[in-house]
Design a protein around this ligand. Structure first.
Ligand code: BGC
Length: 739
């Protein structure tokens, strides 16, 4: 029997990499995240990746190019590991848990309803037998807090003297090794630690170049009078060690509880906003109401599942995959308006903790329709980095508007490989698309006034400066890379042009709407928007070049789409995928081969612009040349299969989407969760199987429920109201529910 809300270690093949479980069992709350490593890992000889990360806390480093050119990105940005508060062990005489003895009957699980990670096992060492039960949670109610509880029960026949040791200090991992895989983190900072307190663990971490500082504190109690406590600081490892000594009678249980505080980072030069005394107070409070913390977490999650869950009846394994994905998606999102969603969430430092278009195009719809407050904060982040995007635009010869970084944390471009980085200018159109979707779904006027309109205008301006009109007045965008990173620096990429057209139309439409409205004049004046400019946006949108081959009756991904060398993907050995790890880019780029959905993604977004027959032809052509080497691909092919009547294809695509990380489909789950695909799961359900489309007259559903499924039910928020949608094989019902 599969429990749809429980992910248990025993359900996986035992040969799975330890890193796989560390990712799967990772906990986060948008502010910080910590991998699902074993508590005693630091005391073992095993190489593990314990990773604890604070969203947006990064170190920078100069990028060294063999050959450089004007305007190349200058600095890496890499999310940093902050002090590990999970480290703890048990000591019996000279035996140390992790290093000595045996671990028996271990069970580990992630409870999606409670948002906790739990583990039980028995430690057998030098004749002592102790049952250890731990649970931990990254609090959603107080995002600075990590809580860990450890229950020790003596299963031996005699009273035993034990020591419980719990630490706070920098993590030691294998991650310091350099790899050839471009998807892994490349730069690691030279961090500096400062001990801030003598009487409780409190450590400041400072980065060297980016000059950021963050404080992490920890307090632990062991519930019993007869416990001796000692706090020391290991200078060599910059680690606080707190040791509790006690004697445990047979069958007796001791409860050890730790609360760890992960602060907000600030520039090194700024005064730390929260004093040590205040941190200690908060930690004491957390310890005093420890069980309440876990109860509140469960209550929080129950509200989450109510508002954002999707009920799938008829396939428990897929339902479990779906729940797991939505849970990790919720965990990943920055909620403070200053941070976003990294490509691996906060579960690993793959892709260096960078924010990509993944957020806007794959993850935001979920938040917009189910957690609009979070969606708003994610878009607000884009607004906060507008100054960097403007600066970048000027640097790269764009007279007006913004050019958003392809990948970034601090707003500056961090993509060292421009053909698959900076050249993906579609990011501007993606941000505009999500801005418009958020506004149209929520009608949040204060957002539009404070952030939305400015984002739409500044992104639109980029296109009129970057592209050009030919002699027949057609508007071209040349020398860019679309989502398909196996085809670079092309002219008139279909997806990019579609997004640009949409961006320009939206800027025109909203600027026109707000032109005479009270309260907007200051913004137009500040941005120096002239009426002629609105007309120019409209003209470029109307005349946007969208390529089509009338002989083949095919929508073209770009001007040279059919000129490249054909490559029969069925002839490529299976072990040569992903191609990026086995072929030089020159070989990949000369071929008709796609890493991910590109033209098909555009047709998924704008279904009314191309006939169904045309979409079917395009689908069959592009499916044949697509490797799905990117995790951003399958969900879109699945949705389109549902829409276009290729039902037999939709199911396997969804299967891969829903179970991508649980089955380690891409082979690199150990580096972190595939966050865009988590969003793709929600898109598959709502836009694919439920067939949701939003038109001028409202929301429509045209379900394509696989015959194996009995029911699909979820709720969405639309313009301040919440609706519950239930789809069965016979029926669709939509009911309004009170929020
Ligand atoms: C994909 C990009 C994506 C990035 C981060 C790459 O493999 O091709 O589209 O933005 O991963 O997830």
């Amino acid at each position: 029997m599969i429990d749809k809300f429980l992910i248990q270690q025993q359900d996986f093949p035992i040969e799975r990499d330890p890193g796989f479980f560390e990712t799967i069992f990772a906990l986060s709350n948008g502010h910080f995240g910590t991998r699902g490593s074993r508590e005693e890992a630091a005391f073992s000889h095993e190489l593990v990746d314990e990773g604890t990360f604070i969203n947006g806390f990064y170190e920078s480093e100069l990028i060294t190019y063999g050959e450089t050119a004007f305007g190349y990105a200058k600095e890496h940005q890499t999310i940093q590991r902050v002090p590990n508060g999970k480290m703890q062990t048990l000591i019996y005489r000279d035996q140390v848990l992790g290093r000595d003895g045996e671990i028996l009957e271990e069970e580990r699980k992630l409870d999606l309803k409670k948002a906790t990670y739990e583990r039980t096992f028995i430690w057998l060492a030098a004749g002592v037998k102790v049952r250890i039960e731990t649970r931990r949670m990254a609090s959603f109610e107080d995002p600075h807090l990590l809580l860990i509880e450890t229950k020790l029960t003596n299963l031996s026949q005699a009273a035993e003297p034990l020591q419980f040791k719990t630490c706070l200090g920098p993590e030691k991992t294998e991650a310091d090794q350099v790899s050839d895989d471009p998807r892994k983190a490349q730069a690691r900072g030279n961090l500096h630690y400062e001990k801030l307190s003598e009487h409780f663990p409190l450590l400041e971490t400072q980065t060297n170049r980016s000059r950021l500082a963050v404080v992490v504190g920890k307090k632990t109690t062991v519930k019993d009078e007869a416990t001796e406590k000692q706090l020391t600081f290991d200078e060599a490892n910059q680690t606080y060690e707190e040791t509790f000594s006690f004697s445990l009678k047979p069958e007796e249980t001791k409860v050890c509880q730790s609360a760890i505080y992960y602060g907000d980072f600030a520039p090194v030069t700024a005064h730390q906003a929260v004093s040590p005394a205040e941190i200690e107070k908060q930690l004491n409070q957390a310890l005093n109401r420890f069980d309440n913390g876990f109860e509140e977490q469960a209550a929080h999650m129950s509200r989450f599942w109510e508002a954002s869950g999707i009920e799938l009846t008829g396939d428990d394994q897929l339902a479990q995959g779906l729940n797991f994905n939505l849970f990790h998606l919720y965990q990943a999102a920055g909620r403070d308006g200053q941070t976003n969603i990294a490509a691996k969430g906060l579960t690993g430092d793959g892709y260096e903790g960078h924010f990509f278009w993944d957020t806007e195009m794959y993850m935001l719809p979920f938040f917009i329709y189910t957690q609009p407050e979070i969606a708003r904060q994610l878009l607000k982040y884009r607004h906060t980095i507008l100054p960097q995007a403007r600066e970048r635009a000027r640097e790269l010869s764009i007279e007006k508007g913004a050019w958003f970084a392809w990948r970034t944390i601090n707003g500056h471009e961090a993509s060292a490989y421009y053909p698959a980085g900076t050249a993906q200018v579609h990011i501007n159109g993606d941000i505009a698309y999500a801005t418009q979707l958020y506004y149209e779904t929520t009608k949040d006027e204060t957002f539009m006034k404070a952030y939305g309109l400015e984002l739409l205008i500044e992104t639109a301006r980029f296109w009129t400066s970057f592209g050009f009109f030919d002699e027949q007045d057609a508007f071209h965008i040349t020398g860019v890379t679309g989502p398909d990173e196996y085809t670079v620096l092309v002219n008139n990429n279909y997806y990019t042009n579609r997004m640009a057209k949409n961006n320009l139309e939206a800027a025109f439409q909203y600027a026109d709407k707000y032109w005479q409205q009270d309260g907007y004049q200051a913004l137009f004046d500040h941005l120096e928007v002239k009426e002629e400019e609105l007309a120019a946006w409209k003209k470029a949108a109307v005349n946007m070049k969208l390529l089509y081959d009338p002989d083949l009756k095919l929508t073209l991904q770009d001007e040279a789409a059919l000129e490249r060398k054909p490559w029969d993907l069925t002839t490529i050995p299976k072990e040569n995928f992903p191609l990026l790890l086995h072929y030089h880019p020159v070989i990949i780029y000369q071929h008709q081969v796609s890493k991910q959905a590109d033209t098909i993604l555009a047709e998924y977004l704008f279904p009314d612009t191309v006939s169904i027959e045309q979409q079917r032809r395009d689908y069959l052509y592009y499916e044949k040349i697509t490797t799905h080497d990117s995790s951003l691909s399958r969900s879109i092919f699945g949705i389109m299969a549902s829409r276009l009547g290729f039902q037999e294809k939709a199911y396997p695509y969804f299967n891969s989407t829903a179970l991508m990380d649980l089955t380690d489909l891409q082979g690199n789950t150990k580096d972190g969760i595939h966050a865009a695909n988590l969003g793709g799961t929600w898109l598959s359900m709502v836009y694919g199987f439920a067939g949701m489309t939003v038109k001028e007259d409202g929301i429509h559903f045209e379900p394509h429920l696989p015959e194996q499924w009995e029911k699909l039910a979820f709720s969405i928020q639309y313009r301040q109201e919440r609706f519950k949608v239930t789809i069965t094989q016979e029926d669709v019902t939509v009911e309004k529910i009170n929020k």
